[in-house]
Design a binder for this molecule. Structure first.
Ligand code: NAD
Ligand code: WQD
Length: 339
């Protein structure tokens, strides 16, 4: 299938690209490198020994996007491009709505103009907001508590409205839980700029000596050991979910939402212990105050993805930490290690 990946140079996009190339799809990546590096794509070529098209461009650039669509004529789009830092979204709401919502609108116009009617969208468990019950299933009400989450939920609604208005089209909305880990080769992985916002990249940078110690944001939550509990999902499992979602979209019209998680929660302290097993040494930490906006626990009911997509997670916490450690230890400065 001819598949266009917006944001394909990013963390989840690059891993999905490897998966799609292995399955024989023809791929075109559109990315402006706002939060990624062309080096990731060079490495995908090496890992997969397959070529693909790359178009440097901004998804909000109508003319450019239309030209790319007219030329490549994708049969489906996987829409990863977006801004994703929760804290930054509070400071720059217009930039977040512009990229995540306007970017989606411009993309849909380009799709319509070129006759492409199938889209897989990177949504997030953050759209649910504070849990009314756990695990979250797809019917849990959506009430996002931050700007980033609202942009994602708004984009979901835009997509559903577009599909309703255009018979024969289809959208698969994948609500990722907490993606972590790296490709088994250690050649591609998560490469946050500046101080990592997320737990696993932070731990990995402590392990490799880039940061002195982990700050654990609170140990007085109502969880097994008092630290926050999340549903971590290996990025390679997540990549496979996109390949299956493409198959599903090819055979179905309408909008369908899927949780992509393991269904199991891991606490911060459990994650730290798992990473210590992977890297082979103890990691320094201190407990500090809770991070504003954090919830105690968040995990998925992933049964729908198993039933309709034939997808379930196969990799465990040790696989997640071992692959993250291989990536971090072999590329201590991320993609800049190459320069
Ligand atoms: P990422 O930042 O690594 O990848 C996003 C990619 O989009 C980057 O390559 C960036 O350069 C590109 N991009 C940003 N703005 C663009 C624009 N205007 N035009 C073209 N390209 C643009 O992030 P990721 O972790 O790979 O996330 C991918 C998607 O998944 C995002 O939409 C994110 O909101 C969503 N998501 C991520 C997580 C997570 O924890 N990583 C969880 C849930 C959902
Ligand atoms: C996990 C746990 C922290 C860092 C975020 C976004 C969400 C989604 C995934 C995009 C929590 C604790 C963290 C640290 C810590 N992204 N922690 N010290 O908050 O579940 O989700 O990423 O869609 O929208 O909100 O992930 O990795 O930041 O935190 O103790 O330095 O680790 O308190 O319990 P989170 P996270």
């Amino acid at each position: 299938m001819r598949v266009l990946l917006t944001g394909g140079a990013g963390y989840i996009g690059s891993h999905t690209l490897v998966e799609l190339l292995a399955l024989g799809h023809q791929v075109c990546v559109v990315d402006n490198y706002a939060n990624s590096a062309p080096e990731a794509l060079t490495r995908v070529r090496q890992i997969s020994n397959r070529d693909f098209r790359v178009e440097e461009g901004d998804i909000r650039d109508r003319d450019r996007l239309t030209a790319i669509f007219t030329d490549f004529r994708p049969e489906a789009v996987i829409h990863f491009a977006g801004l994703k830092a929760v804290g930054e979204g509070e400071e720059k709401p217009v930039a977040y709505y512009d990229t995540n919502v306007t970017g989606t609108l411009v993309l849909l116009e380009a799709m319509r103009a070129s006759g492409c009617g199938k889209i897989i969208f990177s949504s997030s468990a953050t759209v649910y907001g504070n849990p009314l019950y756990l695990p979250y299933d797809e019917a849990h009400p959506c009430s996002p508590t931050n700007v980033y989450g609202r942009t994602k939920y708004m984009a979901e609604q835009v997509l559903a409205d577009w599909v309703r208005a255009n018979p024969g089209t289809g959208a698969v909305l994948l609500r990722y839980f907490n993606p972590v880990g790296a490709h088994v080769s250690g050649r591609i992985g998560e490469d946050p700029q500046g101080i990592p916002n997320n737990l696993l990249p932070f731990i990995a940078q402590v392990a490799v000596g880039r940061r002195a110690k982990l700050a654990i944001f609170g140990d007085d939550y109502d969880t097994r050991d008092g630290t926050g509990l999340r549903d971590y999902i290996h990025v390679a499992d997540l990549a496979r979910a996109h390949a299956l979602a493409l198959d599903y979209a090819a055979d179905h019209t309408g909008t369908e939402v899927f949780n992509i998680g393991t269904g199991t929660g891991t606490t911060v302290k459990e994650m730290l212990a798992a990473f210590e097993r992977a890297c082979g040494h103890a990691l320094a930490y201190e407990v500090v105050a809770r991070r504003p906006g954090d919830i105690a626990a968040c995990y998925a009911q992933p049964e729908k993805a198993e039933r309709l997509l034939g997808w379930s997670a196969t990799r465990d916490l040790d696989d997640m930490c071992a692959s993250a450690w291989k990536w971090q230890s072999e590329n201590p400065q991320g993609y800049r290690s190459e320069e």
